[in-house]
Design a protein around this ligand. Sequence first.
Ligand SMILES: C[S@@+](CC[C@H](N)C(=O)[O-])C[C@H]1O[C@@H](n2cnc3c(N)ncnc32)[C@H](O)[C@@H]1O
Ligand code: SF4
Length: 451
Amino acid sequence: MTTKSQLGKLGLFDAKVPRYTSYPTAPHFNRDVGPDHFARWIGALAPGAEISLYVHVPFCRRLCWFCACRTQGTQSDRPVAAYLETLKAELRLLGAHLPEDVRLSRLHWGGGTPTLLSPQMMEELAGAIKEVVPFGHTTEFSVEIDPNEIDGERLDALAGAGMNRASVGVQDFDPAIQTTIGRLQSFEITRDAIEEIRARGVASLNADILYGLPHQSNARITESVQKLLSLNPDRVALYGYAHVPWMAKRQQMIPSDALPTPQERLELFETARRLFLWDHYEEIGIDHFATRSDGLSLAKKAGRLRRNFQGYTDDTAEALIGIGASSISRFPQGYAQNAAATGAHTAAIREGRFSTARGHVFAGDDLMRARMIEQLMCEFRIDAAEICDRFGISRAVVFALLRRVSDDFDGLPEVSESGLFIPEPARPLARMIARHLDAYEVNQAGHSSAI
Ligand SMILES: C[S@@+](CC[C@H](N)C(=O)[O-])C[C@H]1O[C@@H](n2cnc3c(N)ncnc32)[C@H](O)[C@@H]1O
Ligand code: SF4
């Protein structure tokens, strides 16, 4: 039986551990990857291949104090209009490098707040994308929607452009918590936005909520989750609030002494988790829940669940291409990240080159570790047979590594004939165990698990 004190002893409560939406994680990218790599990797895609696109819009009308995303506040449309021109030029540049007949698997607009674009801007952006990669019958097009920054006309434009999945930012419904985190948003505004989205035939709806917020208690998170459940989202991301005021300066407005303790955070997560499970949601990886018929639940059942920069996905495309400032792309050869500042990004595109500023070229055992970590984050297990077959490694070597990992966590991750498995009570350790397999992170003992 895993007790909280055992989890605490293993470091769970002190750890600032990555969420592993990539391996290596973005802080370990280096400056060796530039526009030439990016252009080469695009050119190396097979004609007719499926690709996915992420488009970043780094602007918001309001700047919420809790938010750790890279975005800038603007009340004027001028910088947004100029940025849209950059995106259109970047898409044309991408089109010039892509092989023939590529097909669009997934398109995601994120930010920032992509819904601050005017309806006309939305149509222009969608049109520019379709000129480079046409939508197919199965293309999934999702957009992050701030309920405070949307209206009927913009929803008409998004639905007309083909949006079939909306991702709504909720965070928490409690007014006292909303005041403390600098994000006021009444239940009615969120409910109305969701009704308007559904009225336009948008097939699927995600919502983001947070645990670990200041003043959050079990009673308060219960009420917020119940309110959210009354809106019937198809998917929920239940993220742990990351308090990093040294990086996200706005968070200095949030009193640290109102934050729950690490043990309380775990309880908040467990409380919310139980409510989703009681309501027959399927648990997806470390922090998502989905209805039984949702694509993520089906992918989980079929063993097709994958991890990417947006969290969990059932996408099968071999490349995810990031458009816009700070966006990250993933190719079979490695990762490439665009210049983070909009000025530097725009300057590069104006000169007719990609803005790629950093990244990582896969080498050595990167892909094997990446797959092990992805399996842990998606399925709480490592399938030894798959790792041996895919990466040509002997069972002896893989099992020596898995046994060492298990020993270092008091035997909580179990090793059997089929590989390593994290039983349910030990699952809060999944990220810690993943970090143990991360050759770029120094683990608590000062070294990572070598092969
Ligand atoms: C980039 S934001 C865009 C959402 C949209 N602008 C909105 O406000 O609804 C996407 C999500 O990131 C999550 N997020 C932002 N800051 C966070 C933090 N400090 N810790 C955990 N999650 C965070 C929030 O749940 C948010 O809905
Ligand atoms: S939560 Fe959304 S609206 Fe608020 S600052 Fe972050 S990206 Fe902007």
